[in-house]
Design a protein around this ligand. Sequence first.
Ligand SMILES: [Zn+2]
Ligand SMILES: [Zn+2]
Length: 141
Amino acid sequence: MRVHTVQQLLAGPRAGMWVYMGGNDRSWYIECCAAAARTVMSAPRSMRTASPAWQELGHPTPTDAYAHMRAVLLEGLDLNRSFAGWTGCQAPDGKRICNEATHKAAALPKLLFYTPLCDTHRTRDTVESMWDGPGAWIGSQ
Ligand SMILES: [Zn+2]
Ligand SMILES: [Zn+2]
């Protein structure tokens, strides 16, 4: 199992900053600022502390780190998932749900959101209004 949550960096040039991380007892990795973390780690060990990529790694508050993870996940949104058969669109439509027949879904990475939506509602705006994640979660990946 892996835990996904916000943690404070305890060492390094950005100690005290917050990042969204995934991991378990053995290892942790940065998920929200993953590109900056990869750049830092790709430098030779003796050069890592001086890497300018540190400036793009970490956030002043846990709220900022959650918000960055949310933005990264929404960038990975897939609005064209197909599944076998038809079902009703789950998007809110006033006080009801839309229920228009569809065989497509919107999906976020790791299926943090996977919901059948019709052609009208299969948009990033709809997903953003229906999903308030990621928060902290535990899963197999
Ligand atoms: Zn980040
Ligand atoms: Zn709909």
